[in-house]
Design a binder for this molecule. Sequence first.
Ligand code: NAD
Ligand code: UDP
Ligand code: UDP
Length: 317
Amino acid sequence: MQNHNRNNKILITGGAGFLGSHLTEKLLKEGNEVLVVDNFFTGTKQNLAHLLGNPHLEIMRHDVTFPLYVETNQIYNLACPASPVHYQYDPVQTTKTSVHGAINMLGLAKRTRARILQASTSEVYGDPEVHPQPEAYWGKVNPIGIRSCYDEGKRCAETLFFDYHRQHQLDIKVVRIFNTYGPRMHPNDGRVVSNFIVQALQGKDITIYGDGQQTRSFCYVDDLIDAMVKMMNSEDGFTGPVNIGNPGEFTMLQLAETILKLSGSKSKIIHKPLPSDDPKQRQPDIELAKEKLGWEPKVNLEDGLKETIAYFKKVVA
Ligand code: NAD
Ligand code: UDP
Ligand code: UDP
């Protein structure tokens, strides 16, 4: 594989979003040509503002549910709203983005013979009965619930990736991303880390859904991006899927208390109803990532939260 040089024309769909903007920054820093394709549904030009003067970056407004004809030799397919509030706003468009978006990007990869990586998700495991979740677990997903547009859309995208691989010999890579946080998360996107930090900084009540005993495992964005690029450049033939996340597992109550401590906030904790189909627990098994990518996360929750709180202080305080 060519990498880290100006002959590498890398397409990032969803490049103006939270993860996409960090990925764009890293790939430009490493000396690549980057084309960002985004419809700016949840992403913003502001996320890329610090990179706009870079002559090796091109940004195109485009919706991946429509065909795209460009030349490229690597594709990172990240386009898709990731927070429940955003992906449930227009659920039909969410499924279209995952499914039609995957078909178009796989068609593009087939024509250009580009290597293509799919940003899949721990949500393919649904509300898991196996804990922690290894890649071999098939998941427990409700096909008709309010989260299904996202979960089933991402599952179908994985199916398409593996069928293009088997049927058309495409060079595919699939990563299953677990909850990730850090600077440039959207302040109003409704995800738990951004919600709690914004509430703490503004002195508003911290809204725990349900009893707060449900768990998540939070990965700092720099660790996540590092793994994603390692996966893209991993040995030929390793398709994944591979879990990427930080196995440190916390209840939402513990997360709220940690954010209150680190921000010095006097906000009080209140409880709101638990949304339907909310998974009770989630923790990645990352043995495969360790073995195949030589990767494991380096940033612990407190250090990552300090960076994230510092970012949100500039944006909302
Ligand atoms: P995000 O919402 O910040 O970014 C998604 C980007 O995709 C946005 O810039 C948005 O405008 C763009 N987009 C949405 N629909 C599009 C369409 N039809 N055509 C073109 N662009 C479109 O979310 P994120 O956290 O950066 O997530 C990026 C990817 O990683 C998503 O595919 C998401 O499912 C996946 N992921 C993220 C997490 C996480 O914790 N952040 C976890 C699992 C998976
Ligand atoms: N496609 C695209 N860009 C390309 C090549 C294909 O967007 O450079 C789209 C094309 O519109 C098609 C989809 O990708 O709908 C799937 O392409 P494929 O070649 O697999 O299927 P076919 O064109 O044979 O239906
Ligand atoms: N959550 C919460 N308060 C909030 C936002 C979310 O208690 O203000 C809970 C939510 O019910 C879930 C967990 O935090 O149990 C993680 O939610 P998020 O939307 O960040 O991610 P996902 O559910 O997709 O993992």
